[in-house]
Design a protein. Structure first.
Length: 276
């Protein structure tokens, strides 16, 4: 992989992470278009580093929400912010279990096989449509009606299971978690913020482990050996910058209830993947 390839992949990741179109799926599609033949583990590690970059862009864009949460949680203030962070931690348990127990199986899916990506993109399209026609359209038709409730403890764990399922390439994490929250009757803006914040812990945790392997590679092949440190740095920076832009854009889109248009895109992209 050269720096141009890494730059393109970083831009794709930064844009697709916050749009409900599956960043991991689009990375696999773009790797095929660019003709990249990477080892599945190296490919997954590179993708994870790009995800770390977009997670950092989440912290930057949502800093006003993130900082009070950190102060309350680490200060043990036992206020609303403290319990909100506890809900985020609760939502991270399912994906943590999946990551620890099924990492090798997940790595095998990042092998350039677009069949899985295509099927998961179609599933994403169906989920976004279902959320729109059951909740969002009704809410938009009655602007004076309540705009959804706060996220409960039960909602947090259900959304967490949705995030765990969304580790599959092609199944949008943000689309799956936001659509799940909308289906549960949660406020659109609040579930969007929750979706973006809940990914911080698992991605940073996995990213730190991958960073250790990149900086201190073992004798076997690693991402730094198979890809190179400079392309990883270029992709990381591109993903961070584009992610900062896309995060703001996505928050506005969710508030306006326009996720259904992404369902159309995911359906078309999924069909193309299956035809590929």
């Amino acid at each position: 992989m050269n720096c141009i390839d890494a730059l393109i992949l970083g831009i794709v990741q930064g844009l697709a992470e916050y749009l409900p179109i599956s960043s991991s799926g689009h990375l696999e599609i773009m790797k095929q278009i660019l003709g990249l033949d990477l080892d599945p583990e190296a490919s997954l590690t590179f993708s994870m580093m790009l995800h770390v970059a977009t997670v950092l862009s989440t912290v930057v864009i949502l800093w006003r929400e993130f900082w009070p949460l950190a102060i309350s949680f680490f200060g043990f203030k036992r206020d609303e912010n403290f319990f909100y962070v506890c809900k985020i931690l609760l939502s991270c348990i399912p994906v943590g279990i999946v990551g620890l127990c099924f990492k090798k199986q997940i790595s095998a899916l990042f092998d350039g096989n677009l069949t899985v990506v295509g099927i998961c993109l179609l599933v994403t399209a169906v989920l976004l449509c279902f959320a729109y026609f059951t909740r969002t359209r009704e809410t938009l038709a009655k602007p004076s009606a309540p705009q959804g409730r706060d996220i409960s403890w039960t909602d947090a764990i259900i959304i967490g299971f949705a995030q765990a399922i969304a580790v599959l390439p092609g199944l949008s994490r943000s689309g799956t978690t936001i659509a799940t929250g909308i289906l549960l009757g949660d406020n659109r803006a609040k579930v969007a913020n929750f979706s973006f914040l809940m990914v911080i812990i698992p991605i940073l945790g996995e990213g730190l482990l991958d960073l250790k392997d990149i900086i201190f590679p073992e004798a076997d092949a690693t991402a730094s050996a198979a890809i190179g440190l400079l392309p990883i740095a270029v992709g990381f920076l591109a993903s961070f910058i584009v992610g900062c832009i896309a995060c703001k854009w996505m928050l506005n889109i969710v508030k306006k209830g326009k996720l259904v248009w992404f369902a159309v895109y995911c359906a078309a992209a999924g069909a193309l993947c299956l035809l590929w």
